[in-house]
Write a protein that binds this ligand. Sequence first.
Ligand code: ADP
Ligand code: MG
Length: 729
Amino acid sequence: MSSPRNIESFILEEGSTMEVTENNPPASEYFGRLTFSGDVMLKRLPPDVALSLSSTIENGHSLDPMVANTVAAAMKEWAIEHGATHFCHWFHPLTGSTAEKHDAFLSVNADGVAIEKFSGNALILGEPDASSFPSGGIRDTYEARGYTAWDGNSPAFLLSTTEGVTTLCIPTAFVSYTGEALDMKTPLIRSAQAVAKQAGRILRFFGSDTEVNQVIGTLGCEQEYFLIDQELFRDRLDLVTCGRTLLGASAPKGHQLDDHYFGTIPARVLSFMTEAESRLFELGVPVKTRHNEVAPGQYEVAPTFETTNVAADHQMLLMHVLRDVARRHGFECLMHEKPFAGINGSGKHINWSLSTDTGINLLDPKADTHTNLQFLVFLCAVIRAVDLHADLLRASIASVGNDHRLGANEAPPAIMSIFLGEMLTDILDQFEAGKPRKTMKGGKLDMNADSLPDIPRHSGDRNRTSPFAFTGNKFEFRAVGSTASVAWPTTVLNTMIAESLDFMAGQLEKRAGKKPTAAKRESAVRSLLKEVAKDHRRVCFDGDGYGEEWTAEAERRGLSNVRDSAHALPAFKSRQATSLFSKYGVLSGRELKARADVLIEQYVAKLEIEGRTMSSLLRTEVLPAALRTQAELADVVGATQVAGVECPDSEAELRLIVGLVSDLRTAVDEIDAAVSKGGKDPEKHSKELRTTLVPAMDRARTASDALERRIPAELWPLPTYAEMLLVTR
Ligand code: ADP
Ligand code: MG
């Protein structure tokens, strides 16, 4: 029975709940509020213009210039109402991050009359100076002209800083004066087109094209990240310049207890997540899932999948918003693949599939999979693509940061293999043996507890150790690094699969002959699937990808295992890669070579920044602290001996510290030498740095971390792992 007091507090509680509800309207009410699409577009454009723009967006065509002026005027009104003073073409240069050049709406004419202006031309086309963006030699600095062109398929949006400065951002592609791609978006769009075209041929072969206008790539990206206290971040030069700790002894507690994964999200983190999510909802990014990840201080966020191009833009926005909002909550959001040694790093899983514009997922195996020949053709095309182009897939995720993750027994190995699961493996076995007759069923899990429901069990388990896993109705590419723009790995994946679908379609058309009967068609599919399965199943592996046995087994199967990026990236320079990318119109030979050069140059530049940062930290922070410790200890030993007392333990400790300091000095000298050596040929230089600088940095770290464990806490100059990972929440 409630006392009056209880009733009163109940009413108060109820009141406050209502208040909270009023302050936080359901996300559906403000989803996409800051994008020029959907409702906003319908309300602000004349119906014929809105129709023309939506058909542009739906069909992936470019915008009719006639409607551009009307769209621009409406966009300007809308942006100004939201407080925007400037607009920018927002694009993804080869730096891997986004770029924007702002122009004011304000325009003052010769008579000094000021008005806000935004023309259709300014919406569609921009002309930023391209000379300072990486181009891989496509252009020289004196050839400055570059163009940005509106990608009408990705909605324009309003980006506000936390201080309330709002800019109208127009997603654009970025090309040189000669029309060559200088960005991530152009080849992504081209590759999505290529894969859609070849997939369409398969659909036509199966006669299932009656209502389908086009095939669409779908992409869902899961993002892992760390949060640490902003103040501690600023105290670490390595985090500021490299995004990762180059030094640091492990904290006494890591993830041994598995108590962080899916644990209760700390309140401060949850506030951050909630604010980041609302900002993303306003920007039309459909974030769905949030949870604690394995390592202390590590979290994950995942939006629902979208079309490839939009998902890739949204991924960049997501990283931007996470970083921005984190700072408001006193955190720094670390996207690096391996911010802390000894605990799990961060990845970005890209979930990839193809769908028809009528919404049918082409990678859905459906109930009787062994009879779903169309699905099996798509499946085998992917298997064939990954087997034939494994080196390109490996190279697509190569970066200095990801080198710390791949193969480090926490992330998939550098061997590109596919997990299929029991059901599909069984069907391919049946194909190889003859005519498949059945599809394995998952059945039900009886929990043996009356009050709990039976659980319908999937026909295959999950495998978290595979770099490329079939996960029910899509492939999940799990080896992508957490800082990466998803555009590039997706471009490579699309292109490889376009080639494979082209091959499959060609073979099917040939084998079935003109005007094939159903029987002829079926026998063409069966014979092709059997051959492809036989030739390419070596790339399928359902076992433990972290185990050493797999490395040996993969070698026996002839699969490559390229352990570092310096050796992985040159794959883009091969003749095979050049003809693949140019055949499907994704990148010309020159464009691909330029891209490879930029990636290799970035690898070198980032490693050198790490080397210089480490040298600076060690010489100016760690060594002075170590020498002070050494001096204090020497004083103790001296004073003790003067007093006529033996002190073998202190002497041993002193000797140990002197030894570590000497190791550290040697390693820092090696680092300096490796960094200052330079090199004319970037590919050769990258491999040299990998074999000289990286091991020297490892040696320096070993000595420094051993010293950290011995130097008095008040003398240790840097925030420790325990402070950064355990204390701040
Ligand atoms: P988990 O990988 O943990 O099982 P989910 O199954 O929820 O997580 O899916 C992870 C991501 O895969 C989400 O972004 C989801 O939207 C995306 N996804 C689901 N279906 C598809 C699809 N057909 N194409 C692309 N991505 C998809
Ligand atoms: Mg997943």
